[in-house]
Design a protein around this ligand. Structure first.
Ligand code: FAD
Length: 456
């Protein structure tokens, strides 16, 4: 598909932001997404600055039959924020966050990152559940569900979404919340980018200030994984620990003999009072022999930057995701076996707890279907050399094959890759048919199809 100059000039005239095409000096930067595996060459990238620009871009893509990609934080491991020969609506200039401290809400523009969001809300001692890396987009993460350090206490990110402005496939702006367009509001809470471009998202906030947070590291051992499962079942919702399996990082808090060796780590965020920090440490000490620890009181936004450096844009990634109600012996064995062959320092497995407040929402109340799942397994390879791609992808697929019999049928759409489209129905389980109805209403021609796609 090509574009000629005359229509492009029309688009340029309609857009207050920037329209970038091949040959422009900023083209290479404009076409790039976080995952280097997706090296695509769009025909047009529209850097939108407001809803008007988004409308113009959507209408242009439709008129010229260009495949349309929507990009927020650009973190989709499946590379959905870019497309060959199509049009990309890039929201990275729409990153404002307006906090209403009295109402305890925050409205984020569609391209805000969690770093933007946490910074803005922390000024008021408030926060909501978001991602554990600050550069991930609020939009993509929330629309798929949203897991993070506050999930056990305050639910998924989508559980805290109380409304959104959405540019639909027709190029109209609709507002949705519990009263207005409630079907769209329901679908946005887990259904991904299938229904339109969220130009702003309104969130409920909670009092969260300093947290007791960091990493406690153990040797990689099935007993640590078992003990972590038992601790999670028993821990108050203020204590959120994500179990990480990785190669020991070259950090001062970890003795050198563990650098590059497989470890387990409890990535902890405790939102309870400081007087209970010692109790948290005592609990973490029961999981196994502690080989390294970095734990401190820190402002909530800080814990969400601890991994930023390890995961810069431009690495290669191939990931998978599964849900489970428990960590069976088979699941423990698979995680340990693949932890022992972890292919690169950047790779990791993260098992997110999604119980506590996440279970207070019914399985059909939002599009996010797996309300009985206790764990969300995210695993896969991340690496730095293109030449290693084939081996890393094969390793991740074998890991998935080994783990799949020990987990539920579905998984978290935001941890899935391009070749997981056949799992979309099962990822939404009982909610899939209703999602399809909403899709038919708001996007019958499947204009928004670069996502874990719900086919109308
Ligand atoms: P993008 O690639 O920009 O978008 C992802 C998808 O959402 C695309 O289909 C896009 O079209 C759509 N989209 C984005 N913004 C909008 C919008 N405003 N309106 C409509 N559609 C939109 N997930 C968690 O739940 N918790 C985590 O802690 C977590 N950590 C992560 C850390 C890293 C380093 C990475 C790479 C991913 C992580 N994820 C996590 C997964 C993350 O939720 C997904 O990658 C998510 O899709 C990223 O959203 P984005 O806006 O950054 O990405």
């Amino acid at each position: 598909m090509t574009t000629t100059t005359a229509p492009l000039n029309t688009l340029r005239g309609a857009v207050r932001g920037t329209v970038v095409t091949p040959g422009d000096p900023s083209y290479d930067e404009s076409r790039r997404v976080y995952n280097a595996l997706h090296d695509r060459r769009p025909a047009v990238v529209v850097h939108a600055v407001d809803a008007g620009d988004v409308i113009a871009a959507v209408l242009y893509a439709r008129e010229h039959a260009l495949p349309l990609a929507v990009r927020g934080g650009a973190h989709a491991v499946a590379g959905h924020g870019t497309v060959d020969d199509g049009l990309v609506v890039d929201l990275s200039r729409m990153r404002g966050v307006r906090v209403d401290p009295a109402a305890r809400t925050a409205r984020a523009e569609g391209g805000a990152t969690w770093g933007d969001f946490n910074h803005a809300t922390h000024a008021f001692g408030l926060a909501t559940t978001g991602g554990v890396v600050s550069t991930t987009g609020v939009g993509g993460l929330t629309l798929g569900g949203g897991m993070g350090h506050l999930a056990r206490r305050y639910g998924l990110s989508c559980d805290n979404l109380i409304g959104a402005d959405v540019v639909t496939a027709e190029g109209t702006l609709v507002t949705c919340d519990a009263e207005r367009n409630p079907d769209l509001y329901w679908a946005l809470r887990g259904g991904g980018g299938n229904f339109g471009v969220a130009t702003s998202l309104l969130f409920r906030l909670h009092p969260v200030d300093d947290v007791f947070a960091g990493l406690t590291c153990y040797p990689l051992d099935g007993d640590v994984v078992r003990a972590w499962q038992a601790m999670n079942a028993d821990a108050p919702v203020e204590l959120n620990t994500i179990l990480v399996i990785a190669l020991g990082p070259e950090e001062p808090f970890l003795p050198e003999r563990w650098h590059g060796r497989p470890i387990c780590a409890a990535f902890t965020c405790f939102t309870g009072p400081g007087s209970e920090d010692e109790k948290v440490l005592a609990r973490l000490d029961t999981l196994g022999p502690v080989v390294g620890r970095f734990m401190d009181r820190m402002p909530y936004p800080v814990i969400n930057t601890l991994f930023d450096e390890q995961l810069p844009p431009g690495l290669y990634h191939y990931w998978k995701g599964n849900f489970s109600r428990e960590l069976t012996e088979g699941a423990v064995a698979a995680h340990v076996a693949y932890g022992e062959t972890m292919p690169a320092m950047e790779s990791d497995t993260a098992i997110f707890p999604i119980d506590g407040a996440c279970h207070e929402v019914g399985p059909e109340e939002t599009a996010f279907a797996y309300r009985d799942a206790v764990f969300s397994h995210s695993f896969g390879a991340s690496w730095s050399r293109a030449a290693d791609s084939e081996a890393n992808i094969a390793w991740t697929r074998a890991y998935d094959e080994a783990l799949r019999p020990h987990t539920q049928a579905g998984g978290y759409v935001n941890f899935m890759d391009t070749d997981d489209q056949d799992r979309v129905r099962v990822n939404y389980r009982q909610n899939y048919d209703r999602l399809r109805e909403v899709k038919r209403r708001y996007d019958p021609d499947n204009v928004f199809r670069l996502n874990q796609n719900i086919v109308p």
